[in-house]
Design a protein around this ligand. Structure first.
Ligand SMILES: [Zn+2]
Length: 202
């Protein structure tokens, strides 16, 4: 128990050294937590499976972008959570032209296909209470016939592989119409798959 705590303190120290904006803040005042003991960071709010699959990759990309704008010491997270089976990562803003929100949206789109519990890739989501989940984890949940339920959702949601594009619409006041944009997610997906192989072997 003590060892686990010491390990997490060491890990959190190094995380905050690399990503200073993971230092905990009080949600309502935005003030830094006093008497902070490094037993947790803002990243702990990210679902365990997502954190394993891409938590640090996302932090690296955000940090790299913030450094271009000399904003790493000013950036702060407002809230990280899961909503409708996708990651939501809210912050308190970035400088104009900074791509941090685009980076977050890219990972959010991919998160919907990664088991929130263990980090398995290419999974469908439960319906009703939407949550991406793998076959192994579904068996630990309270479904009457997990095997049949798994078959059903994997068939209904086929294919449930990590998406290689993200589409979104934005209102253009110049053209007075909706414009559609397509973002290529290939390089992000490749990084996540590479990380997965490093964790699990081929
Ligand atoms: Zn799983």
């Amino acid at each position: 128990m003590m060892d686990t705590m010491i390990n997490s303190v060491i890990l959190n120290n190094s995380l905050i050294e690399k990503y200073p904006w993971l230092y905990p803040h009080y949600q309502w005042t935005g003030e830094k937590v006093e008497d902070y003991d490094y037993t947790w960071t803002e990243l702990d709010a990210l679902s365990k499976g997502w954190r394993e699959a891409f938590g640090e990759l996302l932090c690296e990309e955000i940090q790299e972008e913030l450094e271009k704008f000399d904003y790493a010491d000013k950036y702060s997270i407002a809230q990280i959570k899961s909503k409708f089976g996708e990651m939501r990562w809210y912050d308190n803003g970035c400088p104009d032209g900074c791509r941090v929100h685009e980076i977050i949206e890219n990972y959010a789109a991919i998160s919907g296909y990664i088991c929130e519990i263990c980090g398995e890739l290419d999974v469908p989501s439960t319906d009703g209470w939407i949550m991406p989940v793998c076959k192994r984890c579904i068996k630990k949940m309270s479904f009457k016939d997990p095997e049949a339920y798994w078959e059903q959702i994997s068939k209904e949601q086929f294919p449930h592989t990590l998406p290689l594009t993200r589409r979104y619409r934005r209102w253009s006041s110049d053209k007075d119409e909706w414009e559609e944009f397509v973002v290529d997610l290939t390089s992000t997906v490749q990084k996540i798959r590479k990380r997965y192989v490093e964790r699990h072997g081929d």
